[in-house]
Design a protein around this ligand. Structure first.
Ligand SMILES: [Mg+2]
Length: 325
């Protein structure tokens, strides 16, 4: 269990009480789910975006920072298959964060809000030594349809969307001089402007085929561990099946190991989901146009195993993003 996970459990224990009947999913998943009526559940999640932790004044264009702050929060709704509806924003601002920077930051966030279908309904503002943005995002979904982290069962196939490691590669490229950076714009964009997989998450929950789901925010090794721990299962994944970034020849001097990046790099906001074996072929066919790949299967034995290209198995430890390690 990661240091962050232990901290979350400690917080949960401090507030332990009998869950009310309309609480469908509480602390410990990507989002909470509350039964609102016979026709809908509310899916609620919150996310922090902090200066010098998640972004830097120097380096991150303010419009991109605003877009990313909301995209990150909304990705947890994608992992539940919810339709984004409303959001609340707490803005703690330093002096540097109140001028033109704020206008641009809000313009970028507004662009994201329009794209995802989110309406700002309130929040709070305060002064701070550094900029800290806290977002609470609400989505809706048909009752009982949201997919949890805890539903994976032995034998289920494991899928991921997209290409893993691109956002971390984009982050590495931020250190290059700005003239050479423009050449790698698509990779930089993966770091600066991630796209939550809302359509895919919704399609998977509508189809009822996914047994567990999570967004890959901390890295495949860490987020797969979250699913396995919540589901009390293990996993076997195949290195050759993992969709890795193709490092352009012009970047060979950075000595990037695409597999390590795909396994442990965070910030991709792709979806990791499991599907009962009998539906695996159907899902692979149905989402041919969405880039989804089967990378392995869930096992009864509670450990995560990586099988390399030569067929050799080794334990895979969680080495993704953990703020408290
Ligand atoms: Mg998440």
């Amino acid at each position: 269990m990661s240091s962050e996970q232990r901290l979350i459990e400690r917080v949960g224990r401090a507030f332990s009480c009998r869950a009310p009947g309309d609480l469908h999913v509480g602390i410990g998943d990507d989002a909470a789910v509350i039964r609102a009526s016979r026709s809908a559940d509310w899916v609620i999640t919150t996310d922090a975006f902090i200066e010098n932790v998640h972004f830097h004044f120097r380096g991150h264009p303010p419009k991109d920072a605003g877009y990313k702050a909301l995209a990150r929060a909304t990705s947890d709704l994608a992992a539940k298959g919810a339709q984004p509806r409303f959001f609340l924003m707490n803005l703690a601002l330093s002096r540097a964060g109140t001028g033109k920077w704020l206008d641009d930051f809000l313009a970028g966030m507004s662009e994201a809000a329009r794209r995802f279908g989110l309406v700002l309904i309130g929040g709070d503002t305060t002064r701070s030594e550094y900029v800290a943005v806290n977002l609470t995002v609400l989505g809706s979904i048909a009752p009982g349809r949201s997919v949890l982290r805890s539903g994976a069962r032995p034998g289920d196939a494991i899928f991921v969307s997209g290409t893993l490691g691109e956002a971390t590669l984009g982050l590495r490229l931020m250190t290059l001089p700005s003239a050479s950076r423009t050449r790698w714009k698509p990779l930089l964009q993966r770091h600066l402007r991630p796209e939550p997989r809302l359509k895919l998450g919704q399609a998977l929950t509508r189809g009822g085929s996914a047994s567990a789901m999570i967004d890959i925010s901390d890295g495949l090794s860490t987020d797969l561990t979250h699913v396995c721990e919540a589901s009390a299962v293990g996993a076997r994944i195949y290195a050759s099946q993992i969709p890795k970034v193709e490092v352009p020849p012009g970047l060979s001097r950075l000595k990037i190991d695409a597999l390590q990046l795909a396994l442990h790099g965070g910030d991709d906001y792709e979806l990791l989901f499991t599907v009962p074996k009998r539906h695996a072929d159907k899902v692979a066919r149905a989402f041919r146009r969405e880039p989804v790949r089967m990378i392995g299967s869930i096992t009864r034995e509670k450990k995560i195993v990586l099988v390399d290209a030569a067929g050799k198995s080794s334990p895979l430890t969680s080495q993704g993003w953990d703020p408290f390690r």
